[in-house]
Ligand binder design. Sequence first.
Ligand SMILES: *Cc1c(COP(=O)(O)O)cnc(C)c1O
Length: 402
Amino acid sequence: MDRSQQLIGMAEKFGAHNYHPLPVVLERGKGIHVWDVAGRKYLDFLSSYSALNFGHSHPALVSTLVEQAQALAVCSRAFHSEQLCLFSADLARFCQMDAILPMNSGAEAVETAIKIARKWGYERKKVQADSAKIIVMDKNFHGRTIGVISASSEPLYRKNFGPFTPGFEIVPFDNVKALQSAVDHSTVAILLEPIQAEAGVQIPHKGFLQEVQNICQKQNCLLMLDEIQTGLGRTGKEFCYQYEEIKPDVLIMGKSLGGGLLPLSAVAARSDVMEVMTPGTHGSTFGGMPLSCAVGRTALWLLRKEGLADRAAKLGELVREKLAGENLPHVKEVRGRGLLIGIELKAEARGARRYCEKLADEGVLCKETHENVIRIAPPLIIEEPELMGGVDKVIHVIRSLA
Ligand SMILES: *Cc1c(COP(=O)(O)O)cnc(C)c1O
């Protein structure tokens, strides 16, 4: 039995089976590539769901990590830290919001946003005690905690995990009428992803976010955008909402914020909203630790210095043009923005999983999204020849499995 098989056996025996990974055991990563334990090299076309916009172990991020680890890594929020002070200022300026609340995982940041919205609702909008409502979208993905899955419409995420947290109403995505009729006096926020990545890269019609903002302004509720996956350059803008002339009241970030080295998430909000969070009302031991904050600052600096959002826009255009010109068998639709691209297969393709397995054999790591979508989301630092080389392999596999 080879070493990969042995290790996978250990994972099966000793690990919980809450994932169904491709049968590849990775050992090393550098830039856009990863290597498995047998020394095979792969192109990373998933980027850990956008946590790796800067690729693996970017030298600037690694040196910040090492330096900060030697200076001060953790100090809790019982004290100020230089790095958290600087990170808050850097991130607030970067996303043009007033105030920052740092957390670790994306789900925690969403939980935090939910708490902020409810507290704001009771204290500022004067919603009746314990009746705040947050409107969310059908097929959303905001993470896996009990609070967050209480807002999910996906049976797989929910089954046998009840009872759930009340206070959410689910409406169809990209449907202004449904949203209008769901909003009422007890509504404190509308929470949505500007593109639903996990739902298979679902893009709303142009103007949808504008209309959501109009509803929020008219009904005095908060527009909360989950840009954990779409933000920080992935979709060809620094934030995906910038495709429209809007600004959220609450912006949720994660994934690449930690530079692909650490879990770091954050909620950014207008000051009159963030003000409801007062000492003792919320916290996290590791949230905003100096180590993550230092890496986060370098990540923001790198994103601008390398112009990664513009790169994603240009390169994504090339990929979609190329795929559209190929007339591929069993492909229903290719859609995306920047380097977040979904190839939706028809039912007769018999699922995206076998395509991803074949692609792994060919040295390209993709992951199926739901049943029928192959997602292409390489690190944003990728160069055109490597990108198009990977796309050629995707095209080859789609043809060869037809
Ligand atoms: C990944 C993701 C989350 C959850 O982030 P975790 O770090 O896995 O908790 C939430 N929202 C969106 C849109 C995501 O892509």
